[in-house]
Design a protein around this ligand. Structure first.
Ligand code: ATP
Ligand code: MG
Length: 415
């Protein structure tokens, strides 16, 4: 049911946002905070004025996690607002994302893009934009976000984004919100932050607000109701996001066929009553990493792992360069050395150092995992700290991952 704008009520914060001269905003403005606090509708209502001021010389882009999410969250309100209230016209081609908005005598070429996947950035290379609306900005891939900012070259270009809070380790919090809150002058030149609570949306009833706060508990209550950026307590990889970081296996196989990986390597954690895990990882040409496949089995001997490695080299038709293995079982590592064509390392990295490296890859969306790796994906979502060190449960894939990535990043990574 589209919003009946004639009945709208405006809180002081919304009035302040809507009455601000579009060109007085810096390059990027973020509206964040509680669910239903009116962030998206504020931007929608501001768009006609922003377009009018910026003009129609360049492309205007609307992005979200996917094109469908832009349609469901933004276009569903924007289109009736422009057509039924302002007398404009919107033509949208959902197949290629092209959109044309005709309003107050000007025609604006627009594009609707999905920004959440690891390959999203490659789809928006080239071209100059003078407006970007990022709906749910933290759900965008980090590379897409940087690419989008680099497209906004005209002096009058402006970007607006909305977001619910995520982990305080998220790149958006670390790079923009935190420095803004700490009064960092260089960030404030290019970024403005508007924080919304449900009470800033004068259109919500008190009963609705009360009921919403009963729906969530703990970390989700802090984020969704109080609108705070918080880390989930104790989770080691707290910015791992299933939607963003897990890819369908067929897409990874396509990438291998297109030669988008230039190196393959393994991380191995030996076990017996605990599972032995061997993870196949790849380094992509663009600098990202991918967990492609996993061996995960209890009470399996070294020959099963050796067979698995041989079979996987055949299946993907690629040679793997090295394995970095758990150093607790030198005799098994020796068998591996004799029976495979791999260089075998036995370098157990310090837990904190290697976790820090993996966290960095995840925080900046540089690591993806195949949906075939069920155990790895599950461990990402449950691997936790107890006090200061990670709990030694649900860590078998996580250890194999650290071993492989740490070795690659510290020895092979080319800058
Ligand atoms: N100007 C307005 N006039 C009438 N209703 C409004 C207005 N602004 C917001 N609302 C109501 O409040 C609801 C929430 O607003 P909106 O979707 O902008 O919130 P949000 O902060 O983007 O929420 P979420 O975090 O869930 O995306 C709308 O669906 C609408 O029902
Ligand atoms: Mg919204």
């Amino acid at each position: 049911m589209p919003i009946r704008w004639e009945n709208s009520k405006y809180s002081p914060k919304v009035k302040a946002f809507l009455s601000k001269d579009p060109l007085k905003f810096p390059l990027l403005t973020l509206l964040d905070g509680a669910v239903r606090s009116g962030k998206t509708t504020c931007i929608i209502q501001k768009i006609p004025q922003i377009f009018d001021v910026i003009g129609n010389s360049n492309l205007k882009v609307f992005s979200g996690y996917s094109r469908t999410s832009v349609r469901n969250n933004v276009l569903i309100e924007l289109v009736p607002y422009i057509e039924d209230y302002l007398g404009g016209k919107v033509k949208y081609n959902s197949t290629n994302g092209e959109m044309e908005i005709v309003l107050w005598g000007k025609t604006y070429p627009c594009l609707v893009a999905g920004g959440g996947k690891s390959d999203s950035a490659s789809k928006i290379q080239g071209g100059t934009w003078d407006f970007w609306y990022a709906n749910e900005l933290p759900q965008h891939n980090y590379e897409f976000y940087n690419m989008a900012l680099s497209r906004l070259t005209p002096a009058n270009a402006r970007a607006f984004a909305d977001s619910n809070p995520e982990s305080s380790n998220h790149w958006l919090y670390q790079e923009k919100i935190k420095p803004w809150l700490e009064d960092d002058k260089s960030v404030k030149e290019v970024f403005e932050y508007w924080h919304f609570s449900m009470s800033d949306n004068a259109n919500l009833s008190d009963t609705f607000i009360k009921n919403q706060s009963k729906l969530y508990n703990g970390i989700f209550k802090s984020r969704k109701i109080d609108g705070l950026w918080m880390s989930p307590e104790g989770l080691v990889y707290d910015t791992f996001n299933f939607e963003k970081h897990v890819l369908p296996h067929c897409k990874i196989v396509d990438k291998i066929r297109r030669n988008e990986f230039f190196e393959f390597f393994l991380g191995i954690d030996w076990g017996w009553y605990h599972p032995s895990v061997c993870l196949l990882m790849g380094r992509e040409k663009g600098g990202n990493y991918c967990v492609i496949d996993e061996f995960y089995a209890v009470k399996s001997d070294v020959n099963s792992v050796i067979n698995w490695i041989d079979n996987k080299q055949k299946e993907y038709a690629r040679f793997f360069s090295f394995a970095n293995c758990d150093n607790a079982r030198p005799e098994i590592n020796n068998i591996l050395r004799q029976k495979t064509n791999l260089i075998i390392y036995e370098e157990k990295p310090r837990v904190e150092d290697s976790i820090a490296l993996v966290r960095e890859l995840i925080n900046y969306d540089r690591l993806t995992v195949s949906d075939k790796c069920l155990n790895t994906v599950r461990e990402f979502e449950v691997y936790r700290y107890d006090e200061d060190s990670p709990l030694k449960i649900n860590d078998d894939c996580m250890d194999a991952l650290r071993y492989g990535l740490f070795k690659y990043l510290t020895t092979y990574e080319r800058t």
